[in-house]
Design a protein around this ligand. Sequence first.
Ligand SMILES: NC(=O)c1ccc[n+]([C@@H]2O[C@H](COP(=O)([O-])OP(=O)(O)OC[C@H]3O[C@@H](n4cnc5c(N)ncnc54)[C@H](O)[C@@H]3O)[C@@H](O)[C@H]2O)c1
Length: 264
Amino acid sequence: MRNVAGRVEGKVALVTGAASGLGRATAIRLAEEGAKVVVTDWEDKGGNETVELIKNADHEASYMHHDVSSEAEWQAVIAHAEKTYGQLDILVNNAAVIIAKSIKDTSLKDWQWQNSIALDGVFLGVKYGCEAMERSGGGSIINISSIAGIVGLDKSAAYCAAKGGVRLLTKAAAAEFAQLKNNIRVNSVHPGVIRTPGVESTIRKYGGTSKENKVRARFEAMSPLGELGEPTDIANGVLYLASDESKYMHGAELVIDAGYSSIR
Ligand SMILES: NC(=O)c1ccc[n+]([C@@H]2O[C@H](COP(=O)([O-])OP(=O)(O)OC[C@H]3O[C@@H](n4cnc5c(N)ncnc54)[C@H](O)[C@@H]3O)[C@@H](O)[C@H]2O)c1
């Protein structure tokens, strides 16, 4: 029996980086509330698994391979959403990578790779997503930034630059869309440390065996409420911004970080 509370019933959503972590949780949450979801990622196995999870719960989703740093692939996924479901109402720009290195250790290539995915990818999503939403009569774009888009973190300069860029790209788009009166809202979400495969692999990669507990403890210390967040903590915030419940929110930053960025 299909159980739909319907907060985004009838809407079509596209979630990038939805093979894993916050993207997967968001795709599932939107589908549970009635959206048809286009799941995209460059990891096809995980992306298809997300679609299976959604379909097994009797909701609607389809998968498409997508490198968010590719303009041609953005055009292709938008065309897929419109061809398959007729419109695009919700776009969640979630895909990102993290280079956790000091400035001295960050090469120009590292910097450009970080920004090509986490910032250029969001720009391309806003650019092609808003065109599709104009054809549908409006919509809601949610850009996943980070606490690293609000406060500076050490050994994260390239990531902070990309996420800070996402924050102000969102506000600039909000100003432009308001002038265009195109009925498209755009907001950013700023997660604190959330327990996802991305965070676990950062702990392993940059911790090393001897330093792993130290890195884990550092992440835990970044949660004033005492525990790391869960992916659904973010997915529920995205759902609110995607739904008409947030119709008066535009250009805003929704911080979901257990208080870290306010009181650190
Ligand atoms: N988990 C956290 O604590 C946290 C905190 C703040 C912000 N964020 C942000 O939330 C988002 C999701 O993070 P997560 O922790 O779920 O990470 P994750 O690594 O678990 O998932 C990220 C997904 O993005 C995909 N991806 C990466 N590069 C891609 C590309 N070029 N094209 C398409 N897909 C690509 C990966 O394959 C993966 O499935 C990211 O934007 C991240 O910066 C996460």
